[in-house]
Structures are given as C-alpha cells and as structure tokens.
Design a binder for this molecule. Sequence first.
Ligand code: OOG
Ligand code: MG
Length: 263
Amino acid sequence: MSTLSREEIQRLAEHLENAELQVHDVTKITDDYPDMDFEDAYDIQWEIRRRKEARGTRIVGMKMGLTSWAKMAQMGVEQPCYGFLADYFSVADGSAIDTSKLIHPKVEAEIAFVTNKSLKGPGVHVADVLAATDFILPAVEVIDSRYRDFKFDLKSVVADNSSSSRFVTGGVSSSVSGLDLRTLGVVMEKNGEIVEMATGAAVLGNPAESVAMLANMLGTRGEELPAGTFVMTGGVTAAVAVTAGDQILVRYHGLGTLSMRFV
Ligand code: OOG
Ligand code: MG
C-alpha cells in the first residue's frame, strides 16, 4: 500500500538524485513525509533507477545493505535493504577516488556473488543461491548517504538507493563449492593500520543468505534477479569514514586484496 502520489514519487526521486549528482546533502525525506511506507520508499528508488536508465546509464548489479549487526548497530536500523549499482559507480581496483564528487564517503568490505541462473522469490533459500552462483569475489563498497550527517531511517535510506555511490571489485574469484563462506576472513586496513575485521558469517550468518533475501525482496515487487547479476551482499563490518589522502586496503582470505586511495 503506497501513500504517495505518482507526482510525489517523481519529485522525491528527482530531489534525491539531484543531491547525488550535484553532491549536496538534504534532510531525510521522512521528516516531510512521516506517513510514507516501504512501498513508497522503493517506488522512489525504482524511479531514480528509471531516470538513470532513460539517460543511457546501465545497471550493472545490485547490492544488499544493513545485513550485518555491525552495520545495523552503526546506523540504528534493524532490517536489510537493497539498492542498484549503476555503471559509473564502478571504479577499478587500485584507483584514486575523487572525494570532490562525494558528500561524506565511507568504505565497506563485502563479499560479492555473480549468478548464472535467475532467482525469483518468494521461497529462495541458500541452496538455491549456491546452485545459481557462478563465482564469488571480493568487493569494497563506497557508500555516500545523501542525508545530512549520514543520519536516516530505513525508509529514507531505501529511497536514497541505500546510499549506493561507488564500488571496487576484482581480486581473486572462486567457486563456492568446497568453500565455507561463514569463515571467510576479511581484514580492512586504513593508512596501513587494521581498522575492521570480520568473517562472512557476520552477514546474516552466511552471505548467500543475503542473496536469497534480495531475490525474495525483489519477488514481492514481481521482479527477479536475472542470471549473470553481480550482487554485493553487504558490509561485514561497520563502515569506515574516509577523506582525501586516505588509503584503503582490504585482504580477503584466499581471494586476494582490493585497494583504493581517496584524493
Ligand atoms: C546504507 C547502506 C548499507 C551495507 O553494506 O550495509 C550498505 C548505509 O549504511 O548508508 O551498503
Ligand atoms: Mg554496502
């Protein structure tokens, strides 16, 4: 059940997308629309996606957010959310990321999947996900909430495409067979010092569970996760704020490293 009109959805999508493209923060939208619901919030996100696609931007993957207790506790939100990844969000491993195009970036270490079969909820479970996984690989997401001071509630962040902004992937890819995703260790270093560490189990007990949840959430809108989709499963630790001059290196057990610097 949505509460907002088509015009309000379009106006809020434009408002939030402009904040992203023009690199300025805004107050959270639930301050002005306290009665909006989750359907409204995802409608706004899907309208932002439609606006980008209409301009020729390609959608190159999906991400889950707020899937670890570390992230949920950090943001004061208790349920996962999803977002889409646009082509220009992708930055190469080892590259310099321009902070003048971002409001207040934070980095997150994540485990990503690439599927080879479509997944359509409801009822998708971990075994379905493993059977539909081509390979997994490391990813680092750079999130950048458009909301002032990075403070929001779940509906506001969903409308803001779950803070999606940039991502780095690469490293070593691996089949999931014979791999225990729960004990896959991740160590994040900032400027040469370890700042965060966790294992895959931090994400809903198993990051494959995050992909299943995404397929099931999409299913409620009649959408599916097509074969060949790149999916980031959510930060395994709290996100780490970065500014120009910072260097980030993340080590993944058996999957190599990813690095980037902020300029
Ligand atoms: C929302 C997005 C969270 C993750 O990996 O948990 C996210 C936010 O914290 O701004 O991408
Ligand atoms: Mg993330």
